[in-house]
Design a binder for this molecule. Structure first.
Ligand code: PGA
Length: 247
């Protein structure tokens, strides 16, 4: 599968902006076949976006969640609350790791909690520029994967999509070359093969994120182990998101 496209709006858009966008995307998506389109929207838009996407082929995704079921955690959102509106949740995005100190251990707790509620997980991993320059890309990816997926069995892992997002490529305009991305995607698939088995590894969806835009999406998506992409900035405008989907 090389057609799993997730638009990550991050902390953007109010309700009116979101609804106008969705109308454009719904019109376009009617004729789309064999491509999974997912929109990761802020918590405040989960309900309105899921209502307006009702009956369409586009799925809704949350951008984060807390691992506790409920209780005195002011400002947090539980997996069950997300499940009311969304099928997917992003966990471990590098902006969560960087600005909110999320560790691999916290991310693992979130992944396990999301699984309990039958949410599909878009699990983000990726190295910083320093790590790449110090030749630590593969060791960083391996640690993030092993610790993030700790305790997940062969059934659980089928609900996980992995997003390789090199931190130095996010929001910078410096996308990884298709060769750099393919090399890491192949490494991830091999690790999943070692941790689980060959069938799980070959069916695993691994998407690339980091400055994907309509001009570079074709080349990135043509690589063997790249099954889709996760544009952030380029998903904010429906016409550029649609151009990426067309790739
Ligand atoms: P970007 O963001 O496309 O703006 O680089 C991607 C992401 O962080 O998911």
């Amino acid at each position: 599968m090389n057609n799993f496209i997730v638009g990550n709006w991050k902390m953007n858009k109010n309700r009116e902006e979101a609804i106008n966008y969705i109308e454009d995307l719904k019109l376009f998506s009617k004729d789309i076949k064999d491509t999974k389109i997912v929109l990761a929207v802020p918590f405040t838009l989960l309900e309105s976006v899921s209502k307006s996407l009702n009956g369409s082929k586009i799925d809704v995704c949350a951008q984060n969640m807390f691992y506790e079921e409920k209780g005195a955690y002011t400002g947090e959102i539980s997996p069950a609350m997300i499940k009311d509106f969304a099928k997917y949740v992003i966990i471990g995005h590098s902006e969560r790791r960087k600005y909110f100190n999320e560790t691999n251990e916290i991310i693992n707790k979130k992944i396990r909690a999301a699984l309990k509620h039958d949410l599909k997980i878009i699990f983000c991993i990726g190295e910083t520029l320093d790590q790449r320059n110090n030749n630590e890309t593969k060791s960083t990816i391996e640690t993030q994967l092993r610790e993030g997926l700790n305790g997940l069995n062969h059934e659980n892992i089928k609900n996980v999509i992995i997003a390789y997002e090199p931190v130095w490529a996010i929001g910078t305009g410096n996308t990884a070359t298709s060769k750099q991305a393919q090399e890491v995607h192949e490494f991830i698939r091999q690790l999943i093969n070692d941790l689980y088995n060959a069938e799980i590894a070959s069916n695993l969806i691994i998407i690339y994120g980091g400055s994907v835009n309509p001009n570079n999406a074709n080349e990135i998506l043509s690589m063997k182990d790249i099954n889709g992409c996760l544009p952030g900035g380029a998903s904010l405008d429906p016409s550029s998101f649609i151009k990426i989907i067309k790739c």
